[in-house]
Design a protein around this ligand. Structure first.
Ligand SMILES: [Zn+2]
Length: 111
């Protein structure tokens, strides 16, 4: 029994570290949710108080939130190569592959 569990551990070790990709997927979810929430958020703000002041405050809060989630996503590191998953130099692209080693975001699900 001890021997078979060691073999299983080695198999898991040989596969890609899944916890890293899971974390990147979660950060991507936060990012895209923040982008999508913009329109309903502004509509709700307009319903509550259609003043320029209220809209400006809502917009500012959204921009700050977007900045925070973008930084959170941009600083996610690839579990295989250790580089920033969505950053190459100064360019940030929320694509589905690592910008350095081409690791796909769902590569841990395929195995
Ligand atoms: Zn990588």
């Amino acid at each position: 029994m001890n021997n078979s569990s060691t073999e299983l551990d080695m198999e898991i070790g040989a596969a890609i570290d899944t916890s890293g990709l899971k974390q990147i997927r979660r950060r991507r979810l936060y990012f895209f949710a923040t982008v999508i929430i913009y329109m309903p958020l502004m509509l709700i703000a307009n319903q509550i108080s259609p003043t320029l002041r209220c809209m400006a405050i809502t917009f500012s809060v959204w921009v700050l939130l977007l900045f925070a989630v973008t930084m959170y996503l941009a600083l996610a590191r690839c579990p295989v190569c250790g580089q920033y998953f969505h950053m190459r130099g100064m360019s940030f692209l929320p694509v589905r592959r690592c910008m350095h080693c081409q690791l796909h975001i769902n590569d841990d699900k395929a195995k």
